[in-house]
Design a protein around this ligand. Structure first.
Ligand SMILES: Cc1ncc(C[n+]2csc(CCOP(=O)(O)OP(=O)(O)O)c2C)c(N)n1
Length: 322
């Protein structure tokens, strides 16, 4: 699949934006511990950027994305405003969910961002709703659900594949197989090494990709989205990837050092940069400028969040469903 160089540079910028967002969020979390202003837990998406960016590059604003507890990357790749996201982390009124949600609940339905989910596997049935609606209305919209390898062991996930395939719904299930579910290694969670082949038992398309290779993810997602838009049916994508950080900010690192080093050497951002430099699609100077610009944008977003006001106490319950 040929990808225009402009598109690749745009995707590289998004990957840097996600990486920089996560690093800045960790600073806010540490500050927040001191002054008690960070809203909820913080699960870093560092290392998995190619998955969100490669998939969402094929989506329009009227396509839906259902995210997980590790959802900042999905939100940014779907087009969410990083200033509003940063303010959400601090529970500010200017936050993307008006400061009522925090890290795991970034919603922007106007761009098809249907939010994160603190319930592991919680997004899998929700993604069927817009997929069914699109089919019923005869539009070519698609619905995408991102989830982890741990979520794939939830019973509801198998019900969803069954229904999606039975009704040929335009839904794409993207498993971010980062080899660990919190502190449980995949070999203690699955009796098999791979998820993608399980799609066959539901009579639907299933494909495994190197989730640290933006080009591979982009190609697999393009085919899946195309199939869904044409009414052919759903796809299960298993993206093999790895998170650079521990499960969340309050769980110490427990993974083997050689495994960590091995995956850090396969950093998806460095990999795409290497490709673009070799192809002459970007120069060292342009790359340095891009990183500087992105970091400045995220610093400004953090300042915006710090300076924003918290919701008035009398309005705390506004926008919440009782
Ligand atoms: C239904 C449910 N069970 C357990 C948890 C606690 N929990 C939070 S994250 C997590 C691990 C999830 O692993 P995975 O789905 O592989 O996603 P990853 O964190 O690797 O991205 C668990 C068990 C939860 N939030 N929801």
């Amino acid at each position: 699949m040929q990808i225009a160089q402009d598109d690749l540079r745009r995707m590289l910028r998004l990957m840097h934006t996600i990486r920089s967002f996560e690093l800045t969020a960790q600073t806010l979390f540490r500050e927040g511990l001191a002054v008690g202003q960070f809203l909820g837990a913080l699960h870093s998406y560092e290392g998995e950027e190619a998955v969100a960016v490669g998939v969402c590059a094929h989506l329009r604003d009227d396509d839906c994305v259902f995210s997980s507890h590790r959802g900042h990357g999905h939100s940014i790749a779907k087009g969410a405003d990083v200033r509003a996201m940063m303010a959400e982390l601090l529970g500010r009124e200017s936050g993307i969910s008006r400061g009522r949600g925090g890290s795991m609940h970034m919603f922007a339905p106007e761009i098809g961002l249907m939010g994160g989910n603190g319930i592991v596997g919680g997004g899998t049935p929700l993604a069927l709703g817009p997929a069914f609606a699109a089919q019923y209305r005869g539009t070519d919209q698609v619905s995408v659900c991102f989830f982890g390898d741990g979520a794939a062991s939830q019973g509801v996930f198998h019900e969803c594949l069954n229904l999606a395939s039975l009704w040929k719904l335009p839904v794409i299930y993207v498993c971010e197989n980062n080899l660990w579910a919190a502190t449980t290694p995949i070999c203690d969670g699955w009796p098999v090494a791979d998820l993608a082949p399980r799609a066959e038992s539901f009579g639907m398309a299933g494909v495994a990709v190197d989730g640290n290779d933006l080009l591979a993810v982009y190609e697999a997602a393009g085919e899946a989205v195309g199939r869904a838009r044409e009414g052919v049916g759903p796809t299960l994508i298993e993206a093999k990837t790895y998170r650079h950080r521990p499960h969340c900010m309050v769980i110490p690192e427990h993974r083997p050092e050689d495994e960590l080093a091995d995956w850090h050497a396969r950093d998806p951002i460095a990999r795409l940069e290497g490709h673009l430099l070799r192809e002459g699609a970007i120069s060292d100077v342009e790359l340095a400028d891009l990183v500087t610009e992105v970091e400045a944008e995220l610093q400004a977003a953090a300042d915006f969040a710090r300076e924003s006001a918290s919701p008035d106490a009398a309005t705390f319950a506004d926008y919440l469903w009782a």
